[in-house]
Design a protein around this ligand. Sequence first.
Ligand code: PLP
Length: 342
Amino acid sequence: MSPLPVRDDLKDLHPYGAPQIDVPVRLNTNENPYPPSPRLRQAVADAVAEAAATLNRYPDRDAVELRKDLADYLGHGLTAAQIWAANGSNEVIQQLLQAFGGPGRRALGFEPGYSMHSLIARVTCTGWVAADRDEHFGLDPRRAARVIRDTGPSLVFLTSPNNPTGTAAPLPLIEAICDTAPGLVVIDEAYAEFAREGTPSALTLLPRYPHLVVTRTMSKAFALAGARIGYLAAAPEVIGKLLLVRLPYHLSAVTQAVARAALAHAAERRAGRAGRLAPAARAGRGGLRRELRAVRRVRVPARGLAAAARPRRPRPGGRAAALAAGHGGDAGGDGGLPLRPG
Ligand SMILES: Cc1ncc(COP(=O)(O)O)c(C=O)c1O
């Protein structure tokens, strides 16, 4: 039989495959270990039962009511027109790359970072520029601006707090990137709810930067990874372009109902076990950091959401080298938007 005529650029690619292991704390996929509360489960069940009554109809294509609820949850004076939702923030990222990346274009990310940014870039035929973080996993605004100027990416990805290092991006860094980037700047705030108190969100910069996009998810802080709900906040013009690439009815009526039920219980969630995870995680990482510091030749940044380490100069086969091996990922009317041609 002749080989399957798969695209040449996919031939050497392996599917995303973080192992799904049956253990209480799944660090490799960063899942919230606490299930939704009994009250939320009941609210979800009621919402799904109500949605079931009209499953003969397609869902609201534009998920307007959900987007209103998400805007209220985020605050910052945001409205539904500035919010977009999809099946997990991975799909949001894919839609951004489909609309603003593509053949002949490239996206830039700072590594180590979230591995799916580069993988989704690849499957959307977008070139990938891997820029380095410094030895403390931070980024100097001038160096970040220089690499953006030198490479001219259509999209810049920055995760804050970062997965896997936990480092949060200060606003002056995001401002320097927004001031320099010729295309979209995507701040992935999947872990925003776990950030240290007082850590400002990139949402505060949205009024100043029409090419800024902030992505969020209900997978982590809401403990809803199984429901697949991600969203973004951006200028309405950006969202207008995402409508060109989204599949019709991409977000099921059941998903929209589950998300709205969870948002209605957001206050209870914050007070409950899933909500208490953030302070618990912050307390727990102190001990982990102490352990990591005991490993010779490993540098551990003083601050950060997660405890991450990188070898000073790894020796082949050493413990520091083993740690380093694991740090690469999961542990017209358009306002001048750089939409892909065609
Ligand atoms: C930084 C970051 N962004 C996005 C995601 C994807 O989340 P979702 O479940 O919303 O697709 C993850 C998941 O681990 C993540 O770590």
